[in-house]
Design a protein around this ligand. Structure first.
Ligand code: B12
Ligand code: SF4
Length: 531
């Protein structure tokens, strides 16, 4: 039997990075451990990861390779595209067994799942390890699924279980696959330019004890945290031996465990290691980790990221976000800045959260400016299916307005018109994804949300110039006027994009502002209004 795994990675040719998720190697490793004989009966073909091929190209490749079992991983950024591939493959060869898994699986909350996706044979929700083994055993041995876990088929919903295997937990969950993983990383290295960082996600702890309303960690199924007891040194040594690899933990709260300090120290001295999700409450340890990260012998880090989402307590309450107060954050930032004046500080925020307003955004950005934050990483709120906010009750309380919008992946010279975008979706050309975007709540409408997003970009350009004179009310009003027109168009076309004269095509809102220089911002939104 021939098996193919498809996981279309998140990649930016603009920011020069590719996010490498090693879930295929982890699932395969567990099957080897559980049923080596069956594992060896399968011909494991190389994973398809390239996000920029067409649906037809990928489907034809799967057919030409005479694949029997097709495994696909869905995330919010590749879900619709991946389902298109699955549908096409099944149309050409109805005998192929198709298994879908990953965080964007919404089979438990969508009663029509199998009506929409009747070409899927098995859906795996939550942790995939046990389900993967059970399904493969059933296919290979030609028998019904035995004691199924975390699986849904057209006939049955099997129960949920958090994955924990105490013996396996002491072993590495991917090193048994290191040869094919190394080939995979080399293939990616060879097909991208040298500037690209290959960001390999590495798991030490799975799960999160909190339930922020926008997040679907562990697919919203539980709040347990399970920690690996394998040899982290051996795992990191292997990953660092692969060319151009940056290792970044997948953990939700790095720094929650004391061991994270020792691991960080070793990692930054032996390779490039970057932590994106730090503990929300153990701040003393978090700042210790920042200190270690910036002093690494091999990791050279010009900036560190602080995840706030918002600094206002009412907003944080509305999204059930556990965090220390902004006042406490400020004193920690101050002492960090005193010790490390040349390290940049990036604040991560989300726009569209209930309680936010333009004036609060202005206030927040001024607070950031006054406290040494150098950059803002700003996200729209993508309402994901297994998050607490997806529940009707939450949406009613906070008056959320949500629309399914098409997101454009950076600039695509093929998207000269909105018809081109539509054509790409219909014909399965890459460059887009679909997502439920929060376009309003009890305190904001879409033009406000877009303005808050734009202001974060104004902050970044201002910070680069050392001139924050644009952070004022009249600039907000000017931006709002432009964003009002943009919002009307987004609502009509359902495309979260904007026409850029500079690029002569439709681009994402991020790209539109990122590529606008400070002088143009001054010109467009400064006191001499040209909107
Ligand atoms: C690293 C990461 C990123 C990286 C890059 C992604 C990448 N490709 O590596 C960065 C930082 C860029 C990123 C960005 C975003 N991310 Co992110 N990210 C992650 C993170 C932390 C780790 C991913 C990972 O490697 N996991 C480890 C592997 C082992 O887990 P896994 O892939 O889920 O696989 C397991 C199961 O799902 C299952 N499984 C998966 N596939 C399959 C397939 C089959 C056939 C089977 C049987 C089983 C199976 O088995 C595996 C083992 O149990 C996850 C959270 C997490 N801890 O998983 C969020 C996560 C994937 N991100 C998420 C989100 C929402 C985003 C953003 C959209 C946030 C935003 N608002 O902008 C952005 C994307 C922006 C954009 N441009 O589109 C969500 C996705 C939710 C969804 N419904 O898809 C997650 C789950 C976090 C969350 N709960 O909010 N992200
Ligand atoms: S955002 Fe972070 S802290 Fe909040 S629930 Fe998700 S993983 Fe946990």
């Amino acid at each position: 039997m021939k098996l193919k795994f498809v996981n279309l990675y998140l990649m930016s040719r603009y920011l020069n990075f590719i996010g490498i998720n090693i879930n295929y190697y982890m699932l395969k490793s567990y099957y080897r451990y559980k049923n080596n004989a069956n594992h060896n009966r399968i011909q494991w073909t190389p994973q398809h990861w390239q996000p920029d091929c067409s649906v037809d190209y990928i489907a034809n490749k799967i057919i030409e390779e005479e694949i029997d079992i097709l495994c696909m991983s869905v995330f919010v950024w590749n879900s619709d595209f991946t389902y298109q591939i699955a549908k096409k493959v099944k149309e050409i060869n109805p005998l192929i067994k198709i298994i879908i898994g990953g965080p964007d699986v919404n089979v438990l909350s969508n009663n029509d799942y199998f009506e929409i996706h009747n070409y899927i044979d098995y859906v795996v929700y939550g942790d995939g390890e046990e389900a993967f083994c059970k399904i493969l055993d059933s296919i290979l041995d030609n028998k019904p699924i035995e004691d199924g876990i975390n699986i849904v088929t057209k006939e049955k919903v099997y129960p949920h279980r958090v994955f924990f295997d105490s013996d396996y937990n002491t072993k590495s969950n991917f090193l048994s696959e290191k040869d094919i993983l190394k080939n995979h990383l080399l293939e990616i290295r060879e097909s991208t330019n040298d500037k690209f960082s290959l960001e390999v996600r590495w798991e030490r702890a799975r799960g999160c004890p909190y339930s922020c309303s926008f997040c679907d960690w562990s697919s919203g199924l539980h709040n347990k945290v399970k920690r690996k007891k394998s040899s982290w040194k051996e795992e990191l040594d292997f990953l660092f031996s692969c060319p151009g690899v940056v290792v970044s933990p997948t953990d939700a709260n790095w720094g929650m465990y004391e061991e994270d300090i020792e691991i960080t120290k070793y990692a930054v001295d032996n390779g490039t290691f970057y932590v994106t999700n730090l503990s929300k409450l153990n701040k003393e340890r978090v700042y210790k980790i920042y200190d270690i990260m910036i002093k690494g012998k091999k990791t050279k880090l010009p900036k560190v990221k602080l995840s706030f989402q918002d600094i206002h307590e009412d907003v944080l309450d509305n999204i059930s976000r556990p965090d220390i107060s902004w006042k406490d954050h400020k004193s920690l930032i101050q002492s960090f800045k005193e010790k490390n004046p040349n390290i940049g500080l990036v604040a991560e925020i989300i726009v569209g959260l209930p309680g936010q307003t333009i004036s609060k955004q202005l206030d927040q950005l001024n607070e950031f400016k006054n406290n040494g934050i150098t950059n803002i990483l700003c996200f729209f709120w993508e309402l994901i299916p297994n998050s607490p906010a997806y529940k009707e009750e939450y949406q009613t309380v906070h008056e959320l307005k949500v629309d399914s919008l098409v997101l454009l992946k950076e600039d695509n010279q093929d998207f000269k018109s909105l018809a081109d975008v539509d054509n790409a979706i219909q014909t399965g050309k890459p460059g887009w994804s679909k997502s439920n975007i929060v376009i309003g709540n009890k305190t904001q409408e879409l033009p406000d949300i877009l303005t808050c997003f734009a202001l974060a970009q104004v902050f970044n350009k201002s910070s680069g110039k050392g001139d924050f004179s644009l952070l004022n009310n009249s600039v907000c009003e000017n931006i709002y006027k432009e964003m009002k027109l943009t919002a009307d168009l987004i609502k009509e076309t359902k495309i979260l994009g904007i026409y850029s004269k500079k690029h002569n095509c439709y681009v994402s809102i991020d790209k539109y502002f990122i590529d606008m220089d400070f002088e143009t911002m001054m010109n467009n939104y400064g006191s001499t209004v040209k909107v």
